[in-house]
Ligand binder design. Structure first.
Ligand SMILES: [Zn+2]
Length: 150
């Protein structure tokens, strides 16, 4: 049996193959990118870069001194191939690959679904940011007023 060039490769990872095709050379399905190393599952929090997404996931870190866990978050940049085109709030599977740029050495290999309440979570984060900024601005104005009185 002769394999055609456009045939989708078997990566050794159980993921659904994308229905669409793409001409991305850094696509693990249609390009020549090889996947190896660690595999993670996370949520996309930013897709404002070209073919790149920021993926975040939570994990628990054990503190020996207090014999308790603390929540920690990991954030990595991952390549977003055109055939998958994952959006904000998507839960994705990412695999390590060769460095694609200075900060990017992961690639998205599958979309597992949408995170529930992602919009609300992001809105809450934005709100807390705004509140902090308002507080800062208030503090600054307070300082300015003091300077005026002195
Ligand atoms: Zn592709």
């Amino acid at each position: 049996m002769v394999k055609t060039k456009m045939e989708v490769k078997n990566m050794g990872i159980k993921v659904e193959r994308p229905k669409e095709k793409c001409n991305d050379s850094n696509c693990p399905f249609h390009g020549s990118l090889k996947c190896r190393g660690r595999i993670f599952t996370g949520t996309i929090i930013l897709t404002n870069m070209q073919k790149t997404a920021t993926v975040e996931w939570e994990h628990r870190y054990f503190l020996r001194k207090y014999e308790r866990y603390e929540k920690r978050r990991s954030r990595v940049k991952a390549h977003n191939p055109g055939c998958l085109n994952a959006q904000d709030g998507d839960i994705v599977k990412i695999t390590e690959c060769r460095p694609l740029s200075k900060t990017k050495n992961f690639v998205i290999v599958g979309i597992l679904g949408k995170e529930k309440g992602f919009k609300e979570k992001m809105e809450a984060q934005e709100e807390s940011k705004v509140k902090k900024e308002v507080k800062k601005a208030e503090e600054q104005t307070d300082g300015a007023e003091e300077e005026v009185t002195v």
